[in-house]
Design a protein around this ligand. Structure first.
Ligand code: G4P
Length: 289
């Protein structure tokens, strides 16, 4: 579910999350591997201040494997602990409690030194809508937990889910709002369906996808739309014309014509966006370190 966020919602969601985080030991931030920067909200830094953090790159099946490794390396060199997950199949999920446990070693040692027995690692999953928070919580819980929806400020009684012998997870995720002041970030979020495409121009999203694919995944593009040759982008004003021609060619191949033989750009856009989301173009990443 994608909703509009208003300043009041954001302030309330932030307050609630700061309260929640007081009870937890590790903040698990979830991002979409296809857009590892655009699907982050920089506010996490502030909300999770002082707590150990684990960055989960989810939906690895939908992203370019090589790009995911590059991102992992990038984040790790920044000192962030990264874990790769496919919440839909469960890949990477069973080792998650261990990754969390490593992050609480210092806290546990401190407690033990003072003669206390440390409690289980208490974790909270947070992230912007659609990154897979509920899917991951359900995986870790081994059952379906009622979804509260991505409504800011909607609360339900929260419970701890026991995961293995070392971890306890809050059954309600922390929901951050997508941050898209930067148009490029907005395009990434709209292309993956994290924000409503109506918030941006439909054709602009398809154009962005076409440009990115043409740049990084030429073979996938040629194969999908049966294109004999592809234009070379040069980073000049001519690129726009080349992309429009490519749009036309895809439109013709797919029979997206209006009366008078004109190309129906809305239909071509719809096809490109749908193909990307349903992975007909393959597992593609939309931003690089
Ligand atoms: P949220 O709580 O963060 O808002 O996200 P949610 O779990 O609802 O997941 C959003 C969509 O992403 C869901 O698809 C979910 O199945 C899918 N998803 C989550 N994790 C993964 C993953 O690792 N790989 C893939 N391929 N998909 C993932 P949906 O189409 O919105 O719903 P549904 O068809 O699963 O019911």
């Amino acid at each position: 579910m994608t909703i509009q966020w208003y300043p009041g919602h954001m302030a309330k969601a932030k307050r609630q999350m700061v309260e929640k985080i007081k009870q937890i030991d590790v903040v698990i931030e979830l991002v979409d591997s296809r857009i590892p920067l655009a699907s982050r909200n920089p506010l996490v830094e502030e909300i999770a201040s002082g707590k150990p953090r684990l960055l989960i790159m989810n939906k690895i099946d939908m992203a370019d494997r090589q790009a995911t490794q590059q991102w992992k390396h990038f984040f790790e060199t920044e000192g962030v602990t990264v874990h790769l997950v496919n919440s839909q199949t469960g890949q990477g999920v069973s080792t998650l409690p261990d990754a969390v446990h490593k992050l609480t070693a210092a806290r546990r040692k401190k407690l033990e030194d003072r003669g206390f027995r440390p409690h289980a690692d208490r974790a909270l999953i947070l992230g912007i809508p659609n990154v897979g928070k509920s899917t991951l919580i359900n995986r870790l819980a081994g059952k379906k937990i009622a979804k509260i929806g991505d409504r800011p400020g909607v609360t339900k009684a929260q419970q701890w889910i026991k995961v293995g012998s070392t971890m306890e997870l809050l059954d309600t995720p922390g929901i951050l709002w997508p941050k898209f002041d930067d148009p490029q970030v907005g395009l990434c979020l709209a292309a993956t369906g994290a924000i409503k495409e109506e918030l941006l121009d439909f054709q602009e999203i398809a154009f962005f996808l076409l440009k990115t694919t043409l740049h990084h995944y030429r073979q996938s593009l040629a194969d999908r739309y049966n294109l004999d040759s592809l234009p070379e982008l040069t980073g000049t004003g001519e690129d726009q014309d080349k992309l429009v021609q490519l749009f036309d060619e895809i439109g013709k191949k797919r029979g997206c014509l209006m009366s008078g033989g004109y190309i129906d750009y809305d239909r071509v856009s719809e096809i490109i966006i749908r193909d990307y989301r349903s992975q007909k173009l393959g597992p593609l990443t939309l931003e690089w370190p």
